[in-house]
Design a protein around this ligand. Structure first.
Ligand code: E4P
Length: 219
C-alpha cells in the first residue's frame, strides 16, 4: 500500500518524507487555502520534496477551462498529477489528459458507479472519500470494497486512493480491502506508529540496559 500525505504544509511534508515511507502528496483547494501560500509556488515546492505523484486540483467547472488549467499545472513538474472532480466535464478532462500520458486523480468519489466511470475514463487514481461518506450515514468501507470488486472483475488498472481518512482504523480497513493508496493527514500517519505496548516495552528494555552499566560503541 502506498502512503500519500494529505496536506500542503511544507514542514509536515518534509517531516513525513524524512521517514522514507512517503510515496506522494495530495492537495485540494481547501488545503491550499489553509497553507496561506501561492498555489503555483507551493505546488512546485512540494513536487521537489517527493519523487511520487503530487495531486494539484483544477478549479474550473467546464472541460475547456479545466484543460487550460491542467496545461499550466502539468508544466510545474513531471510528478504533478492533475486532480479533477467526478463530473462529466471532469471525466472528459481525465480521458483527454490520460490519453496523453498525464497522471490524473479523480476526486470527490462517493459511489462505486462513479468509480466505474473514472476507471473507464482512464483515471490513474480514483479518490473515494471515506470520512465524508461515514459522516453522512454511509459506509465508507463498503464503498472501498465495492470498488475493489468491480476493478478486479474488469481488470481496471486505476488505483484506489482511499481519501478523507480520519484515523488509523480507516487505514487498516482500507489495507484489508486492498486499496492501493491511502492519503492521510500527517497526524494519522504519526498515529500508525503508536502502540502503548511499544512504549512500555521500550521503557522496560532501557531501564534494564541501564542496570548493566554498558554502552554500545558508536564510533
Ligand atoms: C483527498 O485527496 C482529499 O484532499 C482529502 O482526503 C479530503 O479529506 P477531508 O474530508 O478530511 O477534507
Amino acid at each position: 500500500m502506498k502512503f500519500f500525505v494529505d496536506t500542503a504544509d511544507i514542514a509536515d511534508i518534509k517531516e513525513m518524507a524524512d521517514t522514507g515511507l512517503l510515496d506522494g502528496v495530495t492537495t485540494n483547494p481547501s488545503l491550499i487555502a489553509k497553507s496561506g501560500r501561492d498555489f503555483m509556488e507551493v505546488t512546485k515546492e512540494i513536487c521537489g520534496l517527493v519523487d511520487g505523484p503530487v495531486s494539484a486540483e483544477v478549479v474550473a467547472l467546464d472541460h475547456e477551462t479545466m484543460m487550460k488549467e491542467a496545461e499550466t499545472l502539468r508544466k510545474i513538474a513531471d510528478n504533478v498529477c492533475i486532480k479533477v472532480p467526478l463530473t462529466i466535464d471532469g471525466l472528459k478532462t481525465c480521458k483527454k489528459l490520460t490519453s496523453d500520458g498525464t497522471m490524473v486523480n479523480v476526486t470527490l468519489c462517493f459511489s462505486a458507479n462513479q468509480a466505474l466511470l473514472a476507471a473507464k475514463a482512464g483515471a490513474t487514481f480514483v479518490s473515494p472519500f471515506i470520512g465524508r461518506h461515514d459522516d453522512n450515514g454511509f459506509d465508507g468501507m463498503e464503498l472501498i470494497g465495492d470498488i475493489r470488486l468491480i476493478y478486479n472483475n474488469y481488470d481496471f488498472q486505476t488505483e484506489i486512493l482511499a481519501a478523507s481518512i480520519r484515523n488509523p482504523v480507516h487505514v487498516l480497513q482500507s489495507a484489508r480491502l486492498g486499496a492501493d493508496v491511502a492519503t492521510m493527514p500527517p497526524a494519522v500517519i504519526k498515529g500508525l506508529f503508536k502502540h502503548v505496548l511499544t512504549d512500555k516495552g521500550l521503557e522496560g528494555f532501557i531501564k534494564d540496559w541501564e542496570k548493566t552499566g554498558q554502552s554500545i560503541p558508536t564510533s
